[in-house]
Design a binder for this molecule. Structure first.
Ligand code: FNR
Length: 380
């Protein structure tokens, strides 16, 4: 009840509830470069569009008669043996300094208000140790660097700082072809943005002759950051090595194929995030929601399957969970909340989505953790 009452206490909302309206507000506030960076996707942006459209092809099946369901609508989920108050997490989003000066600090305060864990990007604007001081609950997302010792350092630092899981993103061996950024010359990484986790890292620093200076353009540190950004030939052998560095659950994010999911599960991975990076990597790639059922089927109960890409509302979260996702990462919606109103904007977005999740699940006669394939059909 709480979340809905707070979202609708009679006062007019200070921000729109609708994603597209909030995006338009952010467009007014942000410079064209940063706005294009957030909103833009790969190529002609067909996959980004398809991610959202895919939700229109699924229909929920609410149930009015459900004896014993008077308490339905519980939003709690259990992931890797830990209880979370809702199925939402904030998706890892790098270079937030372009969006709001308080970047991850504001994100964490907004997410804390709802008990939503933050998945912190490797390319964050705030170091993981600083985020750990603000965020009540956070996971660490790893872009696997070309330098394995740097990967080890990142994972050990995240573990020591209190991350609850490690999420290895495998769909970004390099950045996709993103015309909006290219045509505006907006390439934040060349300006050394998103480097807080690198510049403070002892292994990263040991590779440099000069002290890294935040804000420097094409300095030695920026060039080293760009050169060591990714391992272009990542395999399950690399990923299995994380076990030597941490006891935390390990997930892989960016999977849209059953065969790859099976390979990962055979290699002992704990979780998979079905995602196409919000359509930012491969244009014409399969919509993430369309890939979800095959991955869920391939994985069975051997690992947890999470989902992102295209989620814009609470009903979308319920559809993804009915199709087998155990939890859902929200991307662009909270980024626009952050742009428009900092921590309060993030809180507004998460609270609205969560209120709709709760109401929808209740009207379905389900707790979110009990949603299943029986609750959804493809539209004829
Ligand atoms: C991202 N995403 C991303 N993913 C990741 O693993 N590490 C990262 O640093 C980033 N950075 C990033 C920046 C921006 C501006 C966006 C929009 C996205 C992808 C993100 O985690 C998630 O997969 C998508 O945002 C989901 O798609 P939607 O819901 O935003 O369409």
């Amino acid at each position: 009840d709480g979340v809905y009452a707070d979202a609708t206490n009679g006062a007019l909302p200070h921000l729109p509830y609708d994603h597209d309206e909030l995006r338009d507000r952010a467009r007014e506030i942000l410079d064209p470069g940063p706005f294009g960076y957030v909103e833009g996707s790969a190529g002609r942006e067909r996959t980004a569009d398809a991610n959202v459209e895919a939700f229109s092809r699924y229909a929920l099946r609410p149930r009015g008669l459900r004896p014993g369901a008077e308490n339905a609508g519980d939003t709690g989920v259990t992931l890797f043996g830990e209880r979370y108050p809702s199925p939402l997490l904030t998706a890892p989003v790098g270079v937030l300094e372009q969006v709001h000066p308080e970047s991850e600090r504001a994100l964490a305060r907004g997410a804390n208000a709802l008990g939503v864990p933050v998945v912190l990007s490797t390319a964050a604007s705030t170091s993981m140790e600083e985020v750990a001081e603000v965020a009540d609950s956070w996971w660490y997302q790893l872009y696997w660097p070309g330098d394995d010792e740097l990967a080890e350092s990142f994972v050990r630092r995240a573990t020591a700082a209190g991350a609850r899981a490690i999420v290895v993103t495998t769909d970004t061996s390099r950045l996709g072809w993103r015309p909006r950024d290219l045509s505006q010359g907006h390439l934040p990484f060349l300006r050394g943005q998103g480097t807080a986790n690198y510049y403070g890292d002892p292994v990263f620093r040991s590779r440099l002759k000069e002290e890294p200076e935040p804000g420097g353009v094409l300095t030695e540190a920026v060039l080293h950051f760009l050169g060591s950004f990714s391992n272009r030939a990542l395999s399950t052998d690399n990923i299995a090595r994380i076990r030597e560095w941490t006891d935390l659950p390990v997930l892989v994010k960016g999977v849209v194929r059953a065969d790859e999911a099976e390979e990962l599960v055979d290699a002992g991975i704990d979780g998979i995030v079905v995602s196409n990076h919000g359509g930012r990597q491969v244009d014409a790639a399969v919509a993430a929601l369309d890939a979800l059922p095959e991955v869920v089927e391939a994985v069975g109960d051997r690992a947890e399957v999470l989902f992102d890409s295209g989620v814009r509302s609470g009903a979308d979260v319920v559809v993804a969970m009915a199709l087998g996702a155990k939890a859902v990462l929200v991307g662009r919606p909270w980024v626009y909340g952050l742009a428009v109103d900092g921590a309060a904007g993030v809180e507004h977005v998460l609270r609205s989505i969560l209120a709709e999740v709760q109401i929808t699940a209740e009207l379905m006669g389900r707790d979110v953790a009990d949603l299943s394939a029986d609750d959804v059909r493809r539209r004829p």
